[in-house]
Design a protein around this ligand. Structure first.
Ligand code: NAP
Ligand code: MG
Length: 484
């Protein structure tokens, strides 16, 4: 397995070429498990973004437009084959750059990447219009046309998987893409770009431009020749993107954060519920937009849930993400670690009871122990704000109405879970919970065939499934006057 990278700079991928930034600037990406520099990466500036957008436009108007949809699908399948070939390298690179455990990448991220790619590869030649018999003296029909140049701006928590959630449907629809990975996890996006070239995608169809959000990201948002922005990240940046996109009225899809409730009733299978509640908040070190960060437990099982959850937290294997037995890696960066530790301090000061964890694990890298807070009140900041770390807040409820009020009582609406054996109750909760996804007697699974997204501060629009095809295409009506 690869454990160190060469000193070579990881260049931008623009117009089929690996190029340095026009400014000559580079930045360093860090291995969060050690705090050491992992690699030097070219830093895209405004002028590099402009070059990438121009290349994406030329590819869109040129070779990509003239390629059959089925051939686009074939290229995507070829890319999937190359990803399988280089799986070990990709897993290793993703782990080194983000701190994610290799076991999790192999079990979850990589299969999801391949599933996404092959699912949309199969869809490329099934994007149809409709004949709509509106009049008797005309043939009226619709076609679905690709939107054009797509800017995909992604976060660091699932660089490969969220990247593919955006790239695959965009390419299937016939759009071209400029992908800006988060500056702290740029390496696997570049590798995917290189594999796409090897697969035979025409130059400019997929450009990859690591850089800083305020410069490279903002330049994409401001660019007059970008047609669509698909963004996953924080609500703060989501709002900035929406404002910037108003310039040329770009289409926007926003997948933002969450503070999801995972509700446990006494009639639930408590073993399964607590197990899922643990992975619901500790998986990926809690850096998951749909993390079940608020565990709502009925008063009659509250103490037991807290105690069992704490036991799970304490038995979590935390450590070197490259070891296959590791279940939890570090947080992605020093900034994120400090942010999480600060929230733990806030929780203490607010009067919540720290049951376990609450501090760094070791003093090398950015590890924080899985943490459980009990006696959490709804009004507390740790119960309202997204921490994005391994911090569970356990909140007591008395009855269904109380549980619903708490569950729906944040600014977010991304996901929610409910555990109960009462069929009427689970249907009532499925109806009443404000969330893009409601899980019943499970927590956390997603599938590329099912629409994914939220509302309010969790953003708007849906990715995955057919919904993504609508995100990257526009309908055109053709009206042919035929006479009666
Ligand atoms: P972030 O700061 O919003 O960054 C996301 C991406 O936007 C990064 O590539 C970032 O660049 C870029 N960016 C920053 N400022 C920008 C600007 N002014 N214009 C254009 N792009 C800009 O979020 P993050 O800290 O990376 O990720 C954590 C957040 O993402 C959490 O709040 C989490 O809930 C959310 N999230 C949501 C989902 C979902 O599916 N709903 C999934 C994952 C994460 P840099 O490279 O400079 O960071
Ligand atoms: Mg890194």
């Amino acid at each position: 397995m690869l454990t160190r990278l060469s000193d070579q700079t990881h260049n931008l991928l623009i117009d089929g070429q690996r190029v340095g930034a026009l400014s000559g600037r580079t930045f360093e990406t860090i291995n969060p498990a050690t705090g050491e520099v992992l690699a030097k990466v070219a830093e895209a500036g405004v002028e590099d973004i402009d070059a990438a957008v121009r290349s994406a436009r030329a590819a869109f108007e040129g070779p990509w437009k003239h390629m059959r949809a089925s051939e686009r699908g074939q290229l995507m399948l070829k890319l999937a084959e190359l990803i399988r070939r280089d799986e070990d390298e990709l897993v290793n690179l993703e782990s080194l750059d983000s701190g994610k455990p290799v076991s999790a990448i192999r079990r979850q991220d990589l299969p999801a990447v391949l599933d996404t790619l092959t699912y949309y590869a199969g869809m490329a030649d099934k994007i149809n219009g409709q004949v709509i018999p509106a009049r008797t003296d005309a043939l009226t029909y619709t076609v679905r046309e690709p939107l054009g140049v797509v800017a995909a701006i992604i976060p660091w928590n699932f660089p490969l998987m969220i990247g593919m959630w955006k790239i695959a449907p965009a390419l299937a629809c016939g759009c071209t893409v400029v992908l800006k990975p988060a500056e702290i996890t740029p390496l696997t996006a570049l590798k995917i770009g290189e594999l796409a070239l090897e697969a035979g995608f025409p130059a400019g169809v997929l450009n990859v431009v690591p850089g800083f959000g305020k410069v490279a990201g903002q330049a994409l948002v401001d660019h007059a020749d970008v047609d669509k922005i698909t963004f996953t990240g924080s609500p703060v940046v989501g709002r900035q993107i929406l404002q910037g996109a108003s310039g040329n009225l770009k289409r926007v899809t926003l997948e933002l954060g969450g503070k999801s409730a995972n509700i446990i009733f006494p009639d639930a299978d408590l073993d399964a519920a607590v197990k899922a509640a643990g992975s619901g908040i500790f998986f990926n070190t809690g850096q998951v937009c749909s993390a079940g960060s608020r565990i709502l437990a009925h008063e009659s099982v509250y103490d037991e849930v807290v105690q069992r959850l704490a036991a799970r937290a304490e038995s979590t294997r935390i450590g070197n993400p490259l070891e296959s037995s590791t279940a939890m890696g570090p947080l992605v960066s020093e900034v994120q670690m400090k942010r999480v530790l600060n929230y733990i301090e806030i929780g203490r000061n607010e009067g919540a009871s720290l049951v376990t964890g609450g501090s760094r694990h070791g003093d090398v890298g950015y590890f924080v122990k899985p943490t459980v807070f009990a006696n959490v009140e709804h009004r507390m900041r740790i119960s309202q704000e997204e921490i994005f770390g391994p911090v569970a807040t356990v909140i007591k409820f008395t009855d269904e109405a109380d549980a619903l009020r708490l569950a729906n009582g944040t600014v977010y609406s991304l996901a929610a879970g409910v555990w109960s054996a009462d069929i009427g109750r689970v249907h009532r909760f499925a109806r009443e919970l404000k969330a893009g996804t409601v899980w019943v007697n499970t927590y956390g699974p997603t599938d590329i065939r099912l629409p994914w997204g939220g509302s309010r501060d969790s953003g708007f629009g849906r990715e995955h499934g057919d919904a993504a095809i609508e995100n990257f295409t526009e309908q055109k009506v053709v009206w042919i006057q035929t006479g009666k």
